[in-house]
Design a protein around this ligand. Structure first.
Ligand SMILES: [Zn+2]
Length: 150
């Protein structure tokens, strides 16, 4: 049985795997190199490589060369990747509230000074200030940790 035709199912086909979303979390927080993503997610390198490849193929991440000798690459969110930001934030908020026992294990502060998840692309003061600018809407990498392990 194919089941119900649905965009939730279609979206999960792209980002429904654990390591895919965790890799996106790292890219969102500015960790864009394979080794950093591997370290911070705890994913095995084989699986992580496969998930990143799939996200690139699906147009969620772009693999960009930033050094020629030796060749080094980083993963940058595309428009579709950036659009997942509020979903990741909602997932974190939901986890803080319903799954994690005790206080949130990690607290993130955006460059605007607000803590996640109260800073969202829509509510961010900094994003609002630069919204008229051509590109600079919301900085995916503009976060720093105020609580939690480095
Ligand atoms: Zn902000």
């Amino acid at each position: 049985m194919a089941g119900r035709e649905c965009s939730i199912a279609n979206a999960l086909a792209v980002v429904g795997e654990r390591w895919s979303l965790l890799a996106l979390r790292e890219v969102m927080f500015g960790e864009r190199r394979f080794d950093q993503i591997a370290r911070n997610t705890g994913a095995s390198r084989d699986i992580l490589a496969a998930r990143l490849r799939k996200l690139v193929e699906a147009g969620v991440l772009e693999k960009r060369q930033y050094e020629q000798h030796p060749p080094r690459y980083e993963y940058v969110p595309t428009e579709a990747g950036k659009a997942l930001q509020p979903i990741l934030m909602n997932l974190m908020e939901w986890g803080d509230r319903y799954v994690t026992e005790g206080p949130p294990p990690t607290v993130w502060e955006h460059t605007c000074g607000a803590e996640l998840p109260s800073c969202t692309p829509r509510r961010c003061a900094r994003a609002a200030a630069s919204r008229s600018a051509a590109s600079g809407s919301y900085e995916w990498a503009g976060f720093s940790r105020t609580v939690g392990d480095p």
